[in-house]
Design a protein around this ligand. Structure first.
Ligand SMILES: Cc1ncc(COP(=O)(O)O)c(C=O)c1O
Length: 408
């Protein structure tokens, strides 16, 4: 809708609902008027749009026909949860461990990590690898305070990210070991399978093997697979960890948040929290939309094939890297670390962002570009760019033009 003049008793006012209401009115505007956002996952949350969201709504309409608490309603719900569990088991867990693990659903990723931590009897220290998400630090601090466990957040400098994977691993293992050695009792380590800021893969099997050789059973390793499930598809050795926790609203594309705890052994009845969908219904009221959404996204993933979803993202990623090759460097790409469907970039030497971080962020937002700004490097902002299925080559091209303009 073009701007129209409204005559008010006092003055002429520009009628511009887009400016007033922003995204709320976007769908009501004629298509050519809508500015398509370039969503390269500032928040890494699957969209509430498209086929998956429509299918979830359809399942919700079906659910709405039942009376809550009726047998029919319960069997509908149970069948959805069982379907989600089996699809996760068959898609994400390697066959060697499939039959022996327990799969539980909880309201969020962080809640899943919290439950896994609470299952460690007498927990005295929580160690966070240098690559953990800020919300995980908040969770660890909150829980540590309540149960009287201390929290150690390990730290890597920007230059450490340029070490070879083996050197990074050696450095991190030494830092972890120092904290384990000075702990007074059972210790937990939270370790991401894929680094949320760079998209680089941590060699969790090698790290766990090394730490478990040196330490006795007092070290419990909890793998954070928030950015691994559906993105990084090589199998994760879940038998070596205390718990593998994943999130479904990122690369598993579910429009509703939910955490999944995968435990490589049977979970005992008295370890099940009141809000988990574990061996049976949770004690608290179930959020049905979580399961209509997850069933819809897992069905879509199965139909297309996880490899094909991933291939689309990798094609966009590699196109971006080729186009920006002369001006941007990809963190970790020249030291052989395994990459996934998102990357972190910084200007190559001799190139600079035109503006400081705040202005750069403002410029990108004005261009409707949504990417995460990272302040790991004191000298220059790094940008995290994800390539989810919702994007295409034209949008990547547009992003490249916008970033080109932001550099000198
Ligand atoms: C690696 C990682 N772990 C944990 C979380 C927290 O997830 P949630 O906010 O769903 O609890 C995030 C969020 O982006 C993340 O990227």
């Amino acid at each position: 809708m073009t701007s129209e003049k409204l005559i008010s008793p006092y003055r002429e006012v520009d009628y511009s609902p887009k400016a007033w209401f922003g995204g709320i009115t976007a769908e009501m505007l004629p298509v050519k008027e809508q500015k398509k956002s370039l969503d390269f996952w500032k928040l890494a949350v699957a969209p509430q749009q498209g086929e998956i969201a429509n299918s979830a709504n359809k399942l919700m309409r079906k659910y709405a026909q039942y009376v809550p608490g009726s047998d029919e309603c319960s069997s509908f719900l149970i069948s959805l949860v069982m379907e989600c569990r089996e699809r996760i088991r068959n898609t994400l867990i390697s066959s060697a461990y499939r039959d022996h693990c327990d799969i539980e659903f909880v309201p969020s990723m962080c809640r899943g990590l919290e439950v896994a931590l609470c299952r460690i009897k007498g927990l005295s220290r929580i160690i966070l690898s240098p690559f953990e998400h800020p919300s995980v630090l908040s969770l660890a601090r909150w829980l540590g305070n309540i149960i009287n466990a201390d929290v150690c957040q390990l730290h890597f400098e920007a230059k450490d990210y340029h070490l070879s994977p083996i050197d990074q691993e050696t450095k991190m293992i030494k830092m972890i070991q120092d904290e384990v050695d000075s702990s007074c009792g059972p210790t937990a380590l939270i370790l991401s399978v894929v680094n949320y800021s760079t998209g680089l893969v941590n060699r969790t099997t090698e790290i766990m093997n090394h730490l478990q050789k040196v330490n006795d059973s007092t070290l419990h390793i909890i793998l954070d697979g928030a950015h691994a499930a559906g993105n990084y598809i090589s199998s994760v050795d879940i038998d070596k960890c205390w718990a593998y926790v994943i999130s479904v609203h990122k690369w598993l594309l579910s429009p509703e948040p939910c955490g999944v705890i995968i435990t490589p052994r049977p979970v005992k009845e008295d370890e099940i929290p009141y809000d988990a969908w574990s061996h049976s219904f949770p004690a608290t009221t179930t959020n049905v939309r979580v399961f209509t959404s997850l069933a819809s996204s897992l069905r879509a993933i199965d139909r297309v094939g996880l490899e094909n979803w991933r291939a689309h993202s990798i094609r966009l990623r590699d196109y971006f890297i080729r186009r920006m090759h002369s001006r941007l460097s990809v963190i970790g790409s020249n030291n052989g670390t395994e990459m996934t469907s998102f990357i972190a970039v910084r200007p190559k030497s001799g190139h600079f962002w035109k503006w400081p971080i705040k202005d750069l962020s403002k410029y990108l937002e004005e261009q409707s570009v949504y990417i995460l700004m990272l302040s790991i490097d004191q000298d220059t902002p790094w940008l995290r760019i994800a390539f989810p299925y919702t994007q295409n080559i034209e949008q990547v091209n547009e992003l490249c033009n916008i970033l080109d303009y932001a550099m000198e």
